[in-house]
Ligand binder design. Structure first.
Ligand code: CMX
Ligand code: CO
Length: 149
């Protein structure tokens, strides 16, 4: 056992506590079809799931990588949060989705620490998941989506 893992005990063995997996890395893109084509051409990666999520004003394409996904995201309307992001910051990593067993429990943990959440209670996400977003100002500049399958 290395010095590092001795210092950190269980955590060094890969326990993420309430986080069970990286569910997805979401990338905001201007042209969904162009991004899909690029991933196919470069890596042979193909779309596992494609969906318009009207409640969030986005269309997503999920490319499965092992147990996780790359979520390519593009806005479907001008007032979409992803439209604002693209306008202000350009294409790039928009959020990280962490898989959890119990979205409400993970959300409550953030709230108990005084964190700012964007969903007071879990709500429906894409592909039948239950999700809640945590404000990036609470989590070191990273917009976090808690994803319960
Ligand atoms: N990652 C990191 N920081 C971000 C960010 C992001 N994705 N989006 C905004 N920010 C930062 C901005 O840079 C800005 O920082 P400064 O004040 O230092 O300049 C601050 O947060 C406020 O940003 P804003 O441009 O004014 O944007 P809003 O506050 O209007 O919206 C957010 C930002 C996170 C509250 C909004 O995007 C939101 O509610 N997101 C949750 C829902 C969502 O993203 N849905 C789409 C994905 C759906 C899915 O994956 O299924
Ligand atoms: Co997402």
């Amino acid at each position: 056992m290395s010095f590092h893992s001795q210092q950190h005990g269980e955590n060094a063995q890969g326990h993420g506590g309430l986080l069970t997996e990286i569910d997805h890395v979401a990338i905001a893109v201007n042209d969904l079809d162009a991004a899909i084509a690029w991933y196919r051409e470069a890596f042979g990666a193909t779309v596992t799931h494609r969906e318009k999520v009207e409640s969030d004003g986005v269309e997503e394409a999920l490319l499965q990588v092992a147990e996780s996904y790359v979520q390519l995201l593009t806005p479907t309307r001008d007032d979409s949060p992803v439209a604002k992001y693209l306008e202000k910051r350009g294409e790039g990593i928009h959020h990280i989705g962490y898989r959890v067993d119990d979205c409400a429990q993970a959300l409550d943990a953030i709230k108990a620490m005084g964190g700012k959440v964007l969903d007071e209670t879990p709500r429906p996400g894409s592909r039948g998941t239950t999700v809640a977003f945590v404000h990036p100002k609470t989590s070191f500049g990273t917009l976090i989506e808690l994803v319960q399958e």
